[in-house]
Design a protein around this ligand. Structure first.
Ligand SMILES: [Zn+2]
Ligand SMILES: [Zn+2]
Length: 267
């Protein structure tokens, strides 16, 4: 079967996998994953993800500061990130957002910097990769302040209700599903995913985290993406190849990759 998948959210430069990117990307290719968006979570890591994108034709990067790092953010951090965003292989600002689950930074500090980073993305005319955990209402409230100005974005690792999904879709955002969709207790999420419009859905690994069944709890990698995609395909009653094509096209559209992909992955 001819399957061509795009992993819309990976962390290839996390310490668990940074030293084995060649092997990881070889296994990805063998599994049909021919495009990987390598997501930055802080200044040092953003430099690394851009380096990787420069090295591997099928890897593109995003540059941002995860909400866990909000406390340590300074205006100078954003000044240092700005030239990276302009790199030709950087396709978005992110990940940015709010995480009230782990609360590694106070909520008010996270909200302040989420607004600052959204403002920064608008100024650079970049789409955003948004992380939200236990913070949907606050995330929506802030994103609505940017309605009409933000060039677009994706709610990564979406795991909310149908109503929340609609709210994000109404803002023009895409929704990305991770391995969580395959977990046995995630039946409510699968029911939500089955009702969502396919032209706004992406799939991701969020590796090295959130490995899908049957690898749950192990180090995740892009080669495991077909398990998540197969679950979404089943929910939409499509063959995997067709679901892969739809989510590939959505990834290309969102991140503006048309005409920028290596010939091998354009096949
Ligand atoms: Zn995240
Ligand atoms: Zn992530």
């Amino acid at each position: 079967m001819n399957v061509k998948l795009a992993d819309s959210h990976a962390h290839l430069d996390e310490p668990q996998m940074a030293s084995m990117k060649d092997e990881v990307l070889n296994r990805a290719r063998q599994a049909g994953v021919h495009l990987v968006i390598n997501v930055g979570i802080g200044l040092a890591n953003s430099r690394q993800v851009v380096d990787s994108a420069q090295r591997f034709p099928q890897v593109f990067a995003t540059v941002g500061v995860h909400p866990h790092g909000a406390q340590a953010l300074r205006p100078e951090t954003i000044d240092a990130l700005t030239p990276l965003v302009r790199h030709p292989k950087v396709v978005a600002v992110g990940e940015i957002g709010l995480d009230f689950y782990r609360r590694r930074s106070p909520e008010a500090v996270q909200e302040f910097w989420f607004r600052e980073l959204l403002e920064w993305a608008c100024g650079l005319n970049r789409v955003v990769v948004v992380h939200t955990r236990e913070a949907t209402a606050a995330t929506l409230k802030i994103l609505r302040e940017f309605r009409g100005r933000l060039p677009g974005g994706v709610m990564h690792c979406f795991a909310g209700s149908y109503e929340e999904a609609r709210d994000f879709l109404d803002l023009g955002l895409y929704l990305s599903f991770s391995g969580v969709l395959t977990y046995p207790p995630a039946e409510p999420l699968r029911r939500v995913a089955a009702r969502l419009p396919l032209d706004r859905l992406l799939v991701e690994t969020d590796c090295p985290y959130l490995a899908p069944q049957p690898w749950r709890g192990k180090r995740n990698e892009p080669a495991y993406l077909p398990a998540t995609a197969a679950t979404l395909a089943r929910l939409h009653d499509l063959p995997l190849s067709r679901l892969a094509e739809r989510t590939w096209n959505n990834t290309v559209t969102l991140f503006g990759l048309n005409g920028r992909l290596p010939p091998e992955s354009e096949k």
